[in-house]
Ligand binder design. Structure first.
Ligand code: ZN
Length: 388
């Protein structure tokens, strides 16, 4: 009898459990249906893309040595603090100011740079996607160096613009990110007096407003909806743009560029908003060095520029919705007979965690932060000030 009552109890519990589970399933089904209905009625969010850009990536002799480990090189340590500030954006652009002519030539720094390929692994590891290679050092190891640098970067998965092994590859790149097609072009004012191989002007893009205008037009025909033009120009160590930069900026923006990314002076220069044909455009005259062994005033400072870009779902127009920036500082120090380098992000006016960067004094941190801020926001027309 006891046995029977027990089995009744079990059966009743089982029936109740199945009933409740069924109710649960119905409820889940309804929730799914509601979600589906909601999906159909609310339009998808507008396509957005975030882009970060940094200045000159240089590799002077002591930097080359710094990464030597046995028979190979590793430079990932340079960017371990700052990497997350680049990889957090959808796309990151850097100016590679060295050539990669390979180990058959000696690795060397200034004046004719030949860096180990591993600098690219370090940049890739930090989230850099696009390399601009048009600068006064592009031709440091001649035609072979230009071609090897381009091919090595492509093999490692970078988008490359500014130098090219063929006329067709010279004409810029279009990168489709989150449904927005971004165009990138790069040019340099000169190649330090080292002539580019005769009849092969495609090897290094030189600044020529007429050519730039034609390239922008062609890139837009290929589908580019927002165009970044990198210009390697200006006077070294000058914190103010010169007349050539100002005139060229206007011409390039009039030709259809949306943002100019400047570098070469090794120090920062202002960011300015220019209104061209009723449209707001932006010129970053110089981002300065991202990493180098230079020691002149302000050459240890860098800036990461951030651009938020959106496609208006009604007009399909792509526009810049926000610009911000982050100062950086190269922490250079001696360890075990070597010089070590660490690019330190300065997100706050004063160090929030001094123990994390014991070699940077409070005074140095604050001065560096202010030096970058005061220059970047110098122009009255600086567009938006939101710090990352
Ligand atoms: Zn340069």
């Amino acid at each position: 009898m006891i046995q029977l009552r027990k089995s009744w109890k079990i059966t009743a519990t089982l029936v109740l459990f199945l009933f409740l589970t069924a109710c649960q399933l119905v409820r889940v089904d309804n929730a799914d249906e509601n979600k589906q209905k909601q999906k159909q009625s609310t339009p998808p969010p507008p396509p957005k893309v975030t882009v970060s850009a940094i200045g000159d990536v240089m590799m002077h002799e002591p930097q080359i040595k710094s990464g030597k480990t046995g028979n190979t090189y590793d430079y990932r340590k340079f960017f371990k603090s700052v990497g997350p500030y680049l990889s957090s954006t959808d796309l990151s652009v850097a100016n590679l100011e060295v050539t990669l002519a390979g180990p058959s030539k000696p690795y060397q720094g200034y004046p004719q740079f030949n860096a180990p390929d591993q600098i690219l692994d370090a940049l890739k590891d930090s989230g850099v996607d696009v390399l601009t290679t048009a600068n006064n050092h592009s031709n440091d190891t001649g035609e072979k160096g230009v071609i090897r640098t381009f091919n090595t970067a492509k093999k490692k998965g970078f988008h490359v613009t500014g130098t090219a092994p063929s006329p067709n590859e010279r004409k810029g790149i279009v990168v489709d990110k989150n449904g927005i097609k971004l165009g990138f072009l790069a040019y340099t004012e000169h190649t330090n007096g080292l002539p580019v191989a005769k009849g092969k002007s495609y090897l290094v893009n030189l600044i020529d407003p007429v050519k730039i205008a034609a390239d922008i037009k062609a890139l837009k025909q290929q589908g580019a909806e927002f165009v970044f033009v990198s210009l390697h120009w200006g006077t070294e160590y000058q914190r103010t743009p010169n007349e050539f930069q100002k005139k060229t900026a206007l011409k390039v923006l009039q030709a259809g560029a949306d943002v100019i990314l400047g570098s070469h002076p090794h120090v920062q220069q202002q960011v300015e908003k220019m209104v061209v044909n009723g449209q707001e455009k932006l010129v970053v005259y110089s981002m300065g060095n991202f990493i180098s062994n230079q020691s002149d005033p302000y050459t240890d400072l860098g800036v990461i520029m951030y651009f938020d870009i959106m496609k208006d779902p009604k007009t399909n127009k792509v526009k810049l919705t926000k610009t911000s920036f982050l100062p950086t500082l190269v922490d250079k120090y001696k360890k075990g007979g070597k010089t070590e380098y660490l690019v330190v992000p300065l997100p706050t006016k004063t160090p929030s965690n001094p123990a994390a960067n014991p070699r940077i004094t409070k005074k140095k941190w604050e001065k560096s932060y202010n030096d970058v801020h005061s220059i970047i926001t110098k122009a009255d027309s600086f567009p938006v000030m939101v710090n990352k």
